[in-house]
Design a binder for this molecule. Structure first.
Ligand code: NAD
Length: 498
């Protein structure tokens, strides 16, 4: 792929829309290089996009379901054909290795296909017997204009997770990706928008001012947001005046609980755990961000964990096939992670570097971080209680299973979690962890299946994406009652009787 900067425009009502201002997106592995330019849209641009979506909704909601599915399948095929070039662009703007970007597009396609295969089932109306005789129809309709706001860490999958079910159900959308990875997702959005009538999928770029319009405008019926918990609080306030339907997928601080019967010599399981901590340089909502290990096996576990991590971790250029971990997406994120590690070290924790850096010169210039494991931190230290969202993980001992549960549940978050050990024992513990998903002997995206619902409890979110629940999230139910009026008690005309 050429290094020529890619220029992205907004899409409003089926047309490319030139913004007055463009923002460069740097390459995190080579910060002196610009990967491309994304527009900085204004509030006025955003209103135009919302109006276009609102106008298109009137006819799109009435379109035939077969037509919607056919259009989506065409888009899926084009994205499939273009996967290598989209993945390369994603790696250049994001910093993650190409295998990782291809994996993200693969998950997106699997979900879009699932949505096409299942939307008919989910949308079909039901006719039931009414208990007063007669019948009740449960009709399933589109909601209206959806504002979709996505983060930088998995920009394509966390946008298509919203686009596919929303459009298939007859909604229209305005998508706003993150300015920290705006390019590859815009290519995907362009492909999808091209297959649909003007105004059905619109694309704008920008920061909080665009976000505020998208979440407060009275023509927007639903918000589908993935990002930080603090941002979600602002969004809820912004949407409060017009009471919008919402799906919120937020931060996490996922615990991995390693029980006394976990086999520390099981190299494959240990390898899976390492990947659960460091894939995408730890920048995944559902990565295992704190490991609690039964004190009886703690020392042996730490030794074997470090051995496994050293085998897998190769930090370097996202385009080097030997690299497993690329750059961190942006400078600010490296600082957030480094501050947490430094704070733990200052308080007496031991910080151990993992794996190898393949090219020291590149490492020094780009936003790279060699992964670390932090031993001896306090249970209440920021490195343990905050979401690091980067390549570091604390390992802490626990006394018994009750203690492990207390530690795992002591969090404002509840996205995913994992339990490592003999299956029956692990499932018993898993049932008592407060999380949207708990995985046994695996974690993070390795344990993800788009056919089943995903989402968080507590401050990790509201609602579910993926699975049939992820389709239902874009559907409103309308109940039409047709009771047999002859069999009902007499109600006098004019309402209340005296
Ligand atoms: P962020 O909250 O900073 O930004 C997310 C999006 O919101 C961006 O597009 C941003 O421009 C936009 N935004 C910012 N302020 C806004 C406002 N006031 N109104 C409307 N939109 C606004 O998050 P991020 O740094 O891009 O992503 C990292 C966070 O996302 C982490 O906390 C991570 O755990 C979370 N995340 C959650 C999931 C999940 O499925 N639960 C998945 C991925 C990431």
């Amino acid at each position: 792929m050429s290094d020529k900067p890619v220029v992205i425009d907004a899409i409003i009502n089926g047309e490319k829309y030139k913004a007055e201002k463009q923002e460069p997106r740097e390459n995190p592995a080579h910060p002196d290089k610009v990967v491309g330019y994304a527009p900085v849209n204004t509030k006025e641009d955003t209103i135009k996009a919302i109006d276009a979506a609102n106008d298109a909704f009137a006819s799109w909601r009435k379109s035939a379901l077969d037509e919607r599915i056919e259009r989506m399948r065409k888009a899926i095929q084009t994205i499939k054909d273009k996967t290598p070039e989209i993945a390369q662009l994603l790696s250049r703007e994001h910093g993650k290795p190409v295998y990782d970007s291809e994996g993200e597009i693969g998950v997106s396609l699997a979900w879009m296909e699932f949505a096409c295969d299942n939307v008919k089932d989910v949308l079909s109306s039901e006719i039931n017997e009414h208990d007063g005789g007669g019948k009740t129809i449960i009709a399933r309709d589109a909601i209206g204009v959806v504002s979709a706001i996505s983060p930088w860490n998995y920009p394509i999958s966390l946008s298509t997770i919203k686009i596919a079910p929303a459009l298939l159900a007859g909604n229209t959308m305005v998508l706003k990706p993150s300015p920290l990875a705006p390019l590859a997702v815009s290519k995907v959005a362009e492909i999808i928008a091209d297959e649909f009538p003007p105004g059905v999928l619109n694309l704008v770029h920008g920061e909080a001012d665009v976000g505020v319009e998208l979440t407060s405008n009275e023509k927007v019926a639903k918000i589908a947001f993935t990002g930080g918990t603090e941002t979600a609080k602002d969004i809820m306030k912004s949407a409060a005046d017009t009471i919008k339907n919402m799906t919120l997928e937020l931060g996490g601080n996922d615990a991995a609980v390693v029980l006394d019967d976990f086999d520390v010599d099981d190299e494959e399981a240990m390898h899976r755990l390492v990947i659960s901590n460091f894939l995408t340089a730890g920048q995944i909502c559902m990565i295992a961000k704190r490991i609690y290990v039964d004190r009886k096996i703690y020392d042996k576990f730490v030794e074997k964990y470090i051995e496994a991590a050293n085998k897998w971790i190769r930090v370097g250029d996202p385009f080097d096939e030997n690299v497993t971990i690329g750059a961190v997406n942006n400078k600010k994120q490296t600082e957030v992670v480094q501050d947490l590690v430094d704070d733990a070290e200052r308080k007496g924790a031991e910080v151990i570097k993992l794996g190898k850096v393949l090219d020291q010169d590149l490492y020094d210039k780009g936003y790279f971080m060699q992964p670390t494991v932090v031993l001896g931190a306090d249970y209440k230290d920021p490195i343990v209680v905050e979401e690091q969202f980067g390549p570091t993980v604390p390992i802490l001992p626990f006394d018994d299973d009750e203690h492990a549960l207390e530690l795992a549940n002591d969090s404002i978050y509840g996205l995913t979690s994992s339990v490592w050990g003999k299956e029956e024992h692990a499932v018993k513990i898993a049932r008592r962890i407060q999380a949207g998903t708990t995985m046994i002997n695996t974690a993070a995206v390795q344990g993800l299946d788009v056919r089943f619902p995903f989402g968080g409890v507590k401050q990790s979110g509201i609602g579910r994406e993926y699975g049939k629940e992820g389709l239902l999230a874009y559907i409103e139910t309308h109940v039409i009652n047709l009771p047999d009026t002859l069999s009902l008690p007499y109600i006098p005309e004019g309402g209340e009787s005296d």
